[in-house]
Design a protein around this ligand. Sequence first.
Ligand code: EPU
Length: 432
Amino acid sequence: MDVLRVEGNGPLHGTVQAGGAKNAALPIFAACLLTAEEVTIENVPELSDLRFMGEILRALGATVRKSAPGVWKIQAGQIGHVAPYELVRKMRASICVLGPLVARQRKARVSMPGGCVIGTRPIDLHLKGLARLGCKIGIHSGYVEVDAADIHGDYVFLGGRQGPTVTGTANIVMAAVLTPGITRIESAACEPEVADLCDMLVKMGAQIEGIGSHYLKITGVEALHGCTHRILPDRVEAGTLLIAGAMTGGDVTVENVVPGHMRAFIDKLEECGVECHCNPAAQTIRVNGAAPRKPVDIVTLPHPGFPTDLQAQMCAMMALTPGLSIVTERIYPNRFMHVPELARMGADIAIEGPSAIIHGVSSLSGAPVMASDLRASAALVLAGLAASGETWVQRIYHLDRGYERLDAKLRSLGATIERLPVEAMPVSYIDD
Ligand code: EPU
């Protein structure tokens, strides 16, 4: 098992590229189950979550191969309808195969994803949506069993207590594209990753109106065909790299980003005193963090609000920003696993219900810390870059689920960060 050794080494400078978006690629891989023809997907990041999704598709009978760096070819000629527990339990996003299996096989048996460190993460809205389309649903021995023999278009409302569901919307859209009649989804998630999936489905022959909005109208077609699709840029990876530049007081440009997907985030960086230059035509965002920062209040919300997937990283920056910042998490009210680890580095953060009350300190000091989930791991790396001394981040398999070579990208900006075998750590730091 590897660890990251990070040394605070002053401002980061330079230009770096964001890769393809994990959260678009995952449902897009699943969407390949909707046709027997080959689908080519480009700009696929090298991530363990996508390798898992590839394994699940293979287990269902698809041929999955990487034909060049970042290019995957998936062909789901003959497929089954069962996604087993052994595979699904490794990754919650496996639930994205449910919609395509229902659409193509008219039945599905998919293991229920369990809880997760960031919250309970139920799938009731996915199931409610399928039930509205006439599916019969049962839960037996930990599996969702769907009989979709009578599936038909209808109205579906996907708003929940925390707003619309992202993968739930993906599932209902994928179920509806091959379903007879018209499906109208109200309170659909409008995240750019859902729009990217819809764009690919349209290339495959689907009829979808309202892409990128909270209202989607889908007219079912008889069959879909293969296509080539390029995954959109990862706004969360881009945001993480921009925060790295800003919080070290550096000057960093991220290429291959869509500034229009990151408005709420850019707005908060600017409010905080970070200089931001967006160039939509060139697909770049440049930040300069030389000016003193100011505290801000942040509330995470569904898109186009501030994304929960950048909350932990912003907490790391606000921990080092003088004054009182309040970060409220509305999507996953318990997503604060990074806070006790940041506290070990000297951060002054109290959790009050769904809010982190952050009193900015003037410095953090490196420490051995433990990654608990993907975005929490990124927050600890960022804190390490701006702390004095050495930070050792353990359990970085969480990081590798969603960041492609984050250490190498940060190194290219001048960071001192290396990936080492756990044995390289001072013995007293090793977690057993
Ligand atoms: N929810 C329900 N019922 C449901 C579905 C969701 O109550 O049936 C609740 C959830 O518990 C949560 C809220 O609704 O409180 C939003 O959940 P959503 O379904 O939108 O999340 P998701 O689709 O499971 C995706 C991303 C997450 C990201 C969220 C929110 C993928 C593969 N995952 O999850 O990404 O945080 O949307 O934007 O797209 C990450 O990349 O680190 C990550 C966790």
